[in-house]
Design a protein around this ligand. Structure first.
Ligand SMILES: Cc1cc2nc3c(=O)[nH]c(=O)nc-3n(C[C@H](O)[C@H](O)[C@H](O)COP(=O)(O)O)c2cc1C
Length: 681
């Protein structure tokens, strides 16, 4: 084991008093010997004091106590009348314990750090020093030592001349009780105050990153009160990443990436954070043991247990008619012809994640990957082979799954105000589930279900236009299916202008929507339906219809002019004009406050041009050309600024490396990340 200077100096701090005791006890103690002992002890204590002043930042009180004790002792034996020096020598042990008793009792009464605090500081990482827990543990331990030293003082004083009481008992108290308690008590205190039963890992997301992204769902606004803070997670290793939790006005949102100056930063291996979340290891203890590191407001870290509860309190199950518990099964039918880059898929998977967090079992069937022919209208499934379709493709297997599920989710992009043809073909092929007879239901006739149906339906859809009214037709169809098929429609999750989901600059707002979709998944399992409030949250427009139209038109123009090469679903921006227009659309008026400024972009490189952004009255407007006296001028090749926006290179680093230049208000340059895009102040 390698000893550090602070440990060496802690051990050597006892040497002056030990030497003093040894010298006074050699042979018959004489006054001359006592004088030598105190002076030698005092010199050693001064050397020790000087050395630790030079080498240790956080000095403990022991050296001062020993120095004071030997200083008083030296004065005592040299300058008191002849009969008194022997009193000090004979009672030096009692007096030493009494000095230690005062040292452990007095400082904290006058607002100074308790005795053990500075000793513990030398052992624990700096991040924990200011936590309430660390201070409380040390205060408790200091009072505990104070009690021990007082007992030792009494024992040594009253048992003067009796080795058992004056030497052995005090040593037993220090070595047998004091030191073990110092080792055990912090663990005991933290265990008592922080840990509870481990959580079943299957109830929590599998990766730390997913776990962080779900934290807003367990957020407690009451506990947050007026808190405004940003917590940066820097999780290394598999399942990790950089995530930011922003807390403001009783709301918490999460996003990927980094923030300029977070209130608290947590650097942790992803697996350690997962273990902490599962309550397999204690957060405070692991911090003290250096398993993870934090910077910033430690009290916020300690408050996190109050601020966030696990969104997964337990596995919600459904009851069968016999009253037995059974896991809810959700079957999702995904009807987008581009399943891998699908907007609808983003919503669907978030919904299923929420449902799984409540114990549901989920399966997604991608129609694009299946062979499902349209119905040929032969009615064989009604006449010759009731309940069985004549077409040999993937449908019979899927039908069995449909029969057994508790919730059937239809997920489709809006195509021509309707579902996609993939989903339409699937729907037609549900015919074997119906009985051919006509029965009256209310005012209209319908076909009864061939098999007992306990399932419910949920519709998830996205569209390109910004208004919710575009879904009217699709909704109408599903409400009709609900009535005629007697399968309750328990959720309609519709997101207009869904292409914006992939816009980097709108990540925050998209995240709000996705959180609502996740909540919808929870509600579907927990309450058996999605609430109207949650449905309304999902429909909220990310930007105004006019802004959307302007940006969409710019995008298509850019594509037609060959500037943008990627597909609409690719997400990244390839056009400076579009990027700057997008910045104006994603302008964060809250972060701007009453800022009035103009930012001129002089763009060279592949796409040359002059454009500027004017900020005033909480609005940002994109303009073509040059403006007089801009507050900030950015000269950049288009490739550089686009690479920054697409997160391919770091903006600050690019600036340092001179890849772009900025003149004017440099504070404004530093604020760009919070004023635009996914950064919130
Ligand atoms: C053939 C076709 C028809 C479309 N029809 C509409 C429509 O009627 N109304 C609308 O708002 N968007 C329409 N869109 C846009 C898509 O609904 C929208 O981009 C959707 O988010 C795509 O979903 P996906 O990524 O899951 O495939 C259409 C797109 C295509 C390719």
């Amino acid at each position: 084991m390698k000893l550090k200077p602070n440990k060496i100096l802690f051990i050597t701090s006892f040497i002056p008093v030990i030497v003093f005791k040894v010298v006074t006890r050699v042979g018959e103690t004489t006054l001359a010997q006592a004088k030598v002992a105190t002076v030698v002890g005092l010199i050693l204590a001064l050397i020790q004091f000087t050395l630790s002043k030079k080498f240790i930042k956080h000095k403990n009180y022991l050296e001062k106590t020993f120095l004071g004790f030997l200083g008083v002792g030296t004065a005592w034996v040299y300058f008191t009348p002849p009969h008194l020096p022997s009193l000090f020598v004979n009672h030096s042990t009692d007096l030493l314990y009494f000095s230690l008793f005062l040292t452990t009792l007095i400082p904290q009464l006058f607002g100074y750090d308790p005795f053990t605090y500075n000793i513990a500081k030398q052992m624990a990482p700096e991040q924990v020093w200011n936590t309430t827990q660390f201070r409380t543990i040390n205060l408790h331990l200091t009072y505990f030592w104070s009690g021990l030293f007082f007992i030792n003082f009494l024992s040594s004083w009253l048992g003067h001349g009796i080795p058992l009481l004056s030497i052995i008992l005090p040593l037993i108290i220090i070595l047998g009780i004091g030191l073990p308690v110092v080792r055990i008590y912090p663990k005991y205190y933290l265990k008592k105050n922080f840990t509870s039963q481990p959580i079943d890992p299957s109830l929590l997301p599998g990766t730390a990153k997913e776990l962080i992204s779900q934290m807003p769902l367990g957020f407690h606004p009451e506990a947050a009160d007026q808190l405004k803070a940003e917590i940066q997670f820097d999780l290394s290793g598999g399942g990790g990443g950089k995530m930011v939790l922003s807390i403001s006005e009783g709301k918490c949102i999460v996003r990927e990436g980094e923030v300029f100056s977070p209130t608290l930063t947590i650097h942790s291996p992803a697996d350690i954070w997962l273990k902490i979340a599962r309550r397999e290891i204690d957060p405070a203890r692991s911090l003290m043991d250096g398993f993870y590191k934090v910077e910033g407001d430690m009290n916020l870290l300690m408050k996190m247990g109050e601020l966030f509860h696990h969104p997964t309190k337990g596995s919600e199950q459904i009851l069968t008619q016999k009253g037995e518990k059974k896991v809810m099964k959700i079957l999702a039918i995904q009807g987008s012809p581009r399943p891998k880059q699908s907007n609808t898929e983003i919503l669907l998977q978030e919904f299923l994640k929420g449902a799984r967090s409540r114990g549901a079992e989920t399966e997604t069937i991608y129609l694009k990957e299946k062979e499902i022919h349209s119905c040929v209208g032969c009615y064989t499934c009604w006449a010759k082979t009731p309940g069985t379709c004549v077409i040999k493709d993937d449908m019979p297997e899927i039908l069995e799954k449909v029969k057994g599920c508790d919730i059937l989710v239809y997920a489709t992009p809006l195509y021509n105000y309707n579902m996609t043809s993939l989903l339409k073909a699937f729907q037609e092929r549900l015919l074997p589930l119906l009985d051919p007879h006509l029965i009256k239901s209310g005012e209209t006739y319908r076909h009864p279900q061939r098999y007992e149906v306990k399932r419910k339906m949920i519709l998830i859809s996205t569209c390109g236009f910004p208004e919710i009214s575009h879904f009217d037709g699709l909704r109408h169809i599903f409400r009709h299916i609900e009535q005629s098929g007697q399968v309750p429609l328990v959720g309609e999750l519709m997101m207009p202008a869904a292409e914006l989901l992939k816009q980097e600059g709108l990540k925050d707002k998209s995240q709000d929507i996705l959180q609502s979709v996740y909540r919808a998944g929870i509600e579907a399992v927990r309450d058996g339906r999605v609430s109207k409030e949650t449905e309304a949250q999902i429909q909220k427009p990310l930007i105004t219809p006019d802004e959307l139209a302007e940006m969409a038109n710019l995008w298509w123009d850019s594509h037609l002019q060959g500037i943008t090469q990627g597909k609409p679903q690719d997400g990244g921006t390839e056009d400076m004009r579009l990027l700057l227009r997008g910045m104006a659309a994603t302008f964060n008026s809250q972060a701007a406050g009453d800022l009035k400024a103009t930012i001129q972009f002089k763009v060279t490189g592949k796409q040359t041009g002059n454009w500027y952004l004017s900020i005033e009255n909480g609005r940002c407007i994109f303009n073509e050309g040059l403006v007089d006296s801009p507050i900030l001028t950015i000269k950049t090749p288009s490739e550089v600024w686009l690479a920054i926006a697409n997160k391919e290179i770091d903006g600050q680093q690019a600036f340092m490396e001179g890849k772009y230049t900025a003149t004017g208000d440099m504070n404004l340059l530093m604020r760009l990340r919070t004023l635009f895009g996914s950064q919130r102040s």
